[in-house]
Design a protein around this ligand. Sequence first.
Ligand SMILES: [Zn+2]
Length: 369
Amino acid sequence: MLSIAALVTIAHWIPRIFPAWPYHVAHKYLVGAKAAIAKHDENLKKFRFVGGTPEKLPGAVIVVIGESANRDHMKAFNPDYPAETTPWLSKEKDNDNFYLLKNTYSCYPLTEKALSMFLTNINQYNGRDREEMITITDVANKAGYITYFISNQEPSPGNLSLTLVSGASKKSITTANPGGDDMKIMDFLKELPTEESQFIVIHLEGSHDRYRDRVPPHFDGVHVEGQKEKVNDYDSSIKYTDEVLKNIYQYAKDNMNLQAMVYCSDHGEDMKYFHGDSTFTWSMVRTPAFVYLAPDYKKSHTAVADNLRYNENMVFTNDLIYDMVCGILAAPNNEYDRKYDITNADYGLSADKATTKYGKYLISDDVTI
Ligand SMILES: [Zn+2]
């Protein structure tokens, strides 16, 4: 039933989202999506935990998907930046419970392609394809968490991984005015039960173009003398996202026994070329990522915390979020590989092996570690 419903939704939306698509391309895509959704049900049947079903964490685990955030514009990641664009994170980075993954890259400078790996077991290195998809929400469901999806982006049923995450969540919510104020997420977060083991995926509109539309008029934005207005607008959206993340974190910590929170952007942004499939610049893939682990979580999962601290400066690509989340949930499974899990002692992705744009560029061309 779920597969049919998802397919009908996809068929409904695709022509509206991509009206210029030639029919045969759209048709081919739909047939592919249908096959992938059907396969997903089979994949779920084959899914199993290694070492038995893991013990649930006694509170909330939150994964926040950012949008078009470039860490070069974030003071917490780039101390030389001329403006304080991340007042909250800049303070928390000295907090022992925070881990800033300073050399994170997107796997692809387009939302759909990035998320099809960000949210799933597929990555640039393991040779899996989308007919083998298992999502982070699937893992949380299997482990017994109550799962939620809260989005402030326009529904994009052509985006297979998001469709699967949304469809598998116990409750999937889209804000009334998607693409508008990301802080609206909070209204829905505050409605969730506070005493359960829950797994929440939040999808922000973040810093998507047009940047000034991302920031409410009353917000005290960024104004760097001599910097283009467009760049100031972009930086203001980065600063606003920092405020949104602070609110999510603070509320969940005070009310939901927050165990862990992961934030990572889908891709970065270039101030001239934006992001996309044609021109490639490194700004399009230099994405921020951070993890928060609660004090009680750290006590009961010392290896995860120690490994993450040890690995936090290593190269990380956001197609490996699945393995990291499985590591945080202590939920190894037949779709997990500890050498891709940055919370594991066996993590070993080096800059000359790590890639972006689905293997097209080596990260070692951008950074030497
Ligand atoms: Zn995007």
